[in-house]
Design a protein around this ligand. Structure first.
Ligand SMILES: *Cc1c(COP(=O)(O)O)cnc(C)c1O
Length: 348
């Protein structure tokens, strides 16, 4: 006999990337930013810690909404904040998807979407990316039990992007919301934010974890038309963002010059990393994110992953059932990438 719902018993559970405990390693496995966040963020958190902890935080993270609205060119009531964008994905799934209904996601992509569907007792339908990382029209086909479609754009693990015009075209054909997960979009050349006003089915989620170097703060948000936000609000925890994260995130979103500088460094290192890996015989997909996806024509990559790990260099080995495997390497600081490439050259 089990105390738990059958769908919970049947689930594997989401497994986050390894967080090795010691500081003697090079960590290129969870797409964290290798650089420290803006000092303005730390200062804002320090100030909040000294005078805001006694009271409950603003339930809607209003200071952040105001500031983000100016930066994004939308009204504050188009924004809903979450405890990381994973919280946003949870809220969206819980609000839209009931037991036995259908969630669609691309494959291979962010594994959490399927986990969230599983928690709802919903079914998920995986549409494989084409060999060139585009999506077939099937991704936009209507089915009457389809409740939400997830699209990581840029995608993980590939770092590739579906062009905004194509996203719009697909959303217009879908019978349900399309959640465009823009966790990595600050490293890309385009984004889908403008589409939210043009098509009510498009919701765009973002996070401060990667491009703002604040994975430990836990802050993300979604932009959608206000009548959708109004429904999503009912599903969230009353105080899903704490006082310190609201203060830090509000300062961070105001630091657009810091963001541009950080982005430029990472984009430059990304190009160097991809080129060097190609020279070593890897096939590396052109990336719009802060990581690259690499496979190798002649040799299996799993032993390469193990050898790197022995050298205290952590990358992410991904093995997608029915599809294939590869290495996802986060763009670290230049010295980290130099060490990685040295070790990689020794191995191959
Ligand atoms: C990292 C990541 C997220 C989650 O970010 P958090 O804000 O840290 O929860 C969401 N989607 C994708 C595709 C990611 O890679």
């Amino acid at each position: 006999m089990s105390y738990f719902r059958p769908e919970i018993e049947a689930m594997a559970g989401y497994v986050p990337g390894e967080q090795p405990r010691t500081d003697d390693c090079i960590k290129l496995n969870t797409n964290e930013n290798p650089y420290a966040c803006s000092p303005a963020v730390v200062e804002a958190i320090r100030r909040a810690a000294s005078d805001r902890l006694r009271r409950y935080p603003n339930p809607m993270a209003e200071p952040f909404r105001q500031r983000a609205a100016e930066v994004l060119g939308v009204e504050p009531d188009w924004i809903l904040c979450g405890n990381g964008s994973d919280d946003i994905l949870t809220i969206v799934t819980r609000a839209l998807v009931g037991q036995g209904q259908l969630v669609r996601l691309p494959y291979p992509s962010y594994i959490l979407y399927k986990t969230l569907a599983g928690l709802q007792g919903a079914r998920s339908e995986e549409v494989y990316f084409e060999p060139d990382w585009s999506l077939h029209d099937v991704f936009a086909s209507g089915r009457n039990d389809l409740r939400v479609v997830f699209l990581a754009n840029p995608n993980s693990p590939s770092g590739t992007m579906i062009a905004p015009e194509r996203v719009l075209e697909m959303a217009e054909r879908l019978p349900c919301p399309l959640l465009v997960d823009e966790a990595y979009v600050d490293f890309a050349e385009t984004d889908c934010m403008d589409l939210v006003a043009r098509c009510e089915r498009i919701m765009v989620s973002r996070t401060l974890s990667k491009s703002y170097a604040l994975a430990g703060l836990r802050f993300g948000y979604v932009v959608a038309q206000p009548h959708l936000i109004e429904q999503l609000v009912k599903v969230k925890d009353s105080y899903n963002c704490d006082a310190l994260s609201i203060a830090g995130a509000t300062a961070a979103i105001g630091e657009q010059a810091w963001l541009a500088e950080n982005r430029a460094k990472i984009v430059a290192t990304r190009a160097r990393l991809a080129q060097a890996m190609r020279k070593l015989g890897f096939k590396v997909v052109d990336s719009q994110a802060n990581f690259v996806w690499a496979t190798h024509g002649e040799r299996p990559v799993s032993p390469i992953f193990e050898r790197l790990k022995q050298a205290r260099i952590f990358v992410r080995y991904m093995n997608y059932a029915g599809w294939g495997d590869g290495l996802r390497v986060s763009v670290g600081a230049d010295e980290q990438i130099d060490r990685f490439l040295e070790e990689l050259e020794r191995i191959v």
